[in-house]
Structure formats: structure tokens, C-alpha cells
Design a protein around this ligand. Structure first.
Ligand code: PLP
Length: 387
């Protein structure tokens, strides 16, 4: 383990987990495009290197880099964010476990928990993330996990994460968080006391919109138990995916610093715009969870959403008028993306379900990229002028 204790995260992003000595002197970790590795005499069957067992040199280097960034004891990479989420939930809940989970979730997580979890013999109850005093009533003897997201999507509200950690500890639950929107640059949940921090590496961690991937960070015991499930369920990351993620992670610090800065400027511009009714961004003083975000996070992130003063058709036309920001549902890449959650991430919910969580059909979500901010501001100005 080459974690550079005492160094700042930007240094660890580049140097932690790198092989020492460098392989063949290479400045960059090579891709080990090999499914099999020669068995060393006396090696146990489960210790042999094999891609599906997430223990090739590419996997190990990434796991060590992640530990350094997340401040966790152990870490693991896997095929996608959903592989990280589903494998961690299955490992901790099945069979017979009960889950406490927030309402405003990433669509895939919503689909898995509300649509599939019961098939695996587990149950769930929905909690109000803003009302910790109401959680105890939902506890059952078989409750094992409490699950949140760092910020809700697409309203960017920040849960009372300190209360989640305290609640989990006092009731012997495993606390899990999806840290995709914040990335470990802005928030390190394990340092706060979360048992598991999960990410879709597809987003900020890789940052270049060219792979899907997932990460799991937490205690040695937790990661080991989840790895056992991952090994058997098969959701491993392939070596080329590992290579691209490794490269992407080295620039995470500079990218996220720029995302933070640009999103704040765009949020401020939109908040002052006459054709915008509401802006959701935890960095704005008007956000209901701004004070909480200030305490928990080192930066407010690159995600925002806003309600233009128009009907849903007008919001769709606004997206088409943008010349730089591309209309696409993902997030966390260097390029700015816009989407209408009602027709993408939250299309699986009925209109009344969406309305109950505050997602209108005109709401626009923006993943603010790292293009020059003046160009981005001008792009949104000209698009809003068409309304
Ligand atoms: N978590 C969040 C917050 C997401 O936005 C996404 C994908 O958009 C995921 C998890 C799932 O990640 P992946 O697409 O890598 O499986």
C-alpha cells in the first residue's frame, strides 16, 4: 500500500496505489489484459489472480488509490455503479433483511429496491431523510441497513448525514451512502462514520464519459463480505475499464475544483434570471440544506437543477436551444449535460409520484462541465432568451 500519509488528496490521486517499483519503469500503470495469472506454489485457490476476482494488478492499484481518497480501510472496483449498489445491498440484506431508504433516489436504485428487492427475500421502508425523529418508528427486528445518497437527484438536497451515522450506530445498522454526486473530493463519508461509501465511477471519478464503473469503500470486513458476493455474482471491472478509470482519477482534483466553481457561477446567474422560477443548488444560500452542506462538504459540486418559467414543451425547446450543453442523461463528465428528469432518470415514476417529490415536468437538471464559464453562461443566457 503506497498511501502517502500526510499528503493532500490531489497528490494521492496521482501517486497512491501506483506500483513500486514502477513496472518496467513505466510512468503509467500498464493494462494487464490477462484473464489468468500463473499460480504461485502454495497459493490458495481463492487467492489466484483472475479478473472476476478483482485482484489483478489493475484492480489492486485502483483499490489502493480509492482507499487513500475515501479515507477508508478497504475498497473495491466493480462493473458499474449499479453493480456496486446492488451487490452491497444484497450482501447486507439477504435473506430476510429490512432496509431503510430515502425517497428521492437515483432511478436505477429506485427500480432495484422498489421493483426487485422483494424477489431476493428482503423488504424496505421509505424514510424522510429530513426527519430523523421519524426513523425509529420504522425499525423492525430484521432492519439491517440504512441507505442514503449524498445529495438527492435531481433536487440536490443534502440529508442529515451525521444523524444517519449516529442512528445506524445506535441501532446496529450498516450505513450506506451513494457518494456519486459529491465524489471524495467534496465529501468522504467513511471519515464521517458511514460504513460504506458507494460511487458510480462512470461519473466524476472517471470524468470523461467513456466507461461505466462502480466503487465500494468501507471497513475491511464489509468490503471482504461484499467482494465474496461480487466474485460470485460476477460484476467485475475489466482491465481496460480499470486503466481508463485509473487515468481519470488522476485529474479528479482539478476537475472537481472547476465543476464546483462553474456550477456555483451558473447557479447564481440562473437564480437572478427573470425567466427562472427556482434554482436547486446546495451552494446557494436559498437552498434548504445549504447550512448542512457547508458543514459536511468541502465543495458544493457540479450538479444543479432549475425550473424555467415555461411549460414542459418550452423546457424541452430550451434544451434544444443550448449550443454547448448537450442533452444527455448522465453526469459528472468534462462536458456540460442537460436533461429533463421527468423524461429520463425519473421517467419510471408516475407523474403524481414525481410531483410528490417535487420533480415537475419542466425541471431541467444540469451537470456543469469544465468548459470556460463565460461560454457556458452565454449559452444559457441565449437559450433562456428564446423562451
Ligand atoms: N448512482 C447515481 C447517483 C447515479 O446517477 C447513477 C447513474 O446515473 C448510478 C448510481 C448508477 O451508475 P451506473 O450507471 O454506473 O451503473
Amino acid at each position: 500500500m503506497t498511501t502517502l500519509k500526510g499528503r493532500r488528496p490531489e497528490t494521492d490521486m496521482i501517486h497512491a496505489g501506483e506500483p513500486k517499483p514502477r513496472i518496467g519503469g513505466a510512468a503509467v500503470m500498464p493494462i494487464f489484459q490477462s484473464a489468468n495469472f500463473e499460480t504461485v506454489e502454495g497459493e490458495a485457490y481463492h487467492d489466484i489472480s483472475y479478473i472476476r476476482l478483482s485482484n489483478t494488478p489493475n484492480h489492486t492499484a485502483l483499490a489502493e488509490k480509492l482507499c487513500a481518497l475515501e479515507g477508508s480501510e478497504a475498497a473495491l472496483v466493480c462493473a458499474s455503479g449499479m453493480a456496486a449498489i446492488t451487490t452491497s445491498l444484497l450482501a447486507n440484506l439477504c435473506p430476510g433483511g429490512h432496509l431503510l431508504i430515502g425517497k428521492c433516489l437515483y432511478g436505477g436504485t429506485h427500480g432495484f429496491v422498489f421493483g426487485l428487492l422483494e424477489k431476493f427475500g428482503a423488504t424496505y421502508s421509505v424514510i424522510d431523510i429530513n426527519a430523523p425523529e421519524s426513523w425509529e418508528d420504522l425499525l423492525r427486528d430484521e432492519t439491517r441497513v440504512i441507505y442514503t445518497e449524498a445529495m438527492t437527484n435531481p433536487l440536490l438536497e443534502v440529508a442529515d448525514h451525521a444523524a444517519v451515522v449516529a442512528f445506524a450506530r445506535s441501532h446496529g445498522l450498516v450505513s450506506m451512502i451513494d457518494n456519486t454526486f459529491t465524489s471524495p473530493v467534496n465529501f468522504r463519508p467513511c471519515e464521517l462514520g458511514y460504513d460504506l461509501s458507494l460511487q458510480s465511477a462512470t461519473k466524476y471519478l472517471n470524468g470523461h464519459s467513456d466507461i461505466v464503473g462502480g466503487t465500494i469503500a468501507g471497513s475491511g470486513a464489509q468490503v471482504k463480505a461484499i467482494k465474496h458476493h461480487l466474485d460470485l455474482l460476477g460484476g467485475c471491472m475489466d482491465p481496460h475499464q480499470c486503466f481508463l478509470l485509473h487515468r481519470g482519477m488522476k485529474t479528479l482534483g482539478v476537475r472537481v475544483a472547476q465543476h464546483n466553481k462553474s456550477a456555483r457561477q451558473l447557479a447564481e446567474m440562473l437564480a437572478a434570471h427573470p425567466k427562472v422560477l427556482r434554482v436547486n443548488y446546495p451552494g446557494l444560500a436559498s437552498s434548504p440544506t445549504h447550512e448542512r452542506a457547508k458543514v459536511l462538504f468541502d465543495g458544493f459540486g457540479g450538479m444543479l437543477s432549475f425550473e424555467p418559467d415555461t411549460e414542459p414543451d418550452g423546457a424541452a425547446a430550451l434544451l434544444s436551444s443550448l449550443k454547448i450543453a448537450m442533452s444527455a442523461p448522465s453526469l459528472g463528465g468534462v462536458e456540460s449535460l442537460v436533461t429533463l428528469p421527468a423524461t429520463t432518470s425519473h421517467a419510471g415514476l408516475s407523474k403524481s409520484e414525481r410531483e410528490s417529490i417535487g420533480v415537475s415536468d419542466s425541471l431541467v437538471r444540469v451537470s456543469v462541465g469544465i468548459e470556460h464559464i463565460e461560454d457556458l453562461l452565454a449559452d444559457f443566457e441565449q437559450a433562456l432568451a428564446t423562451l
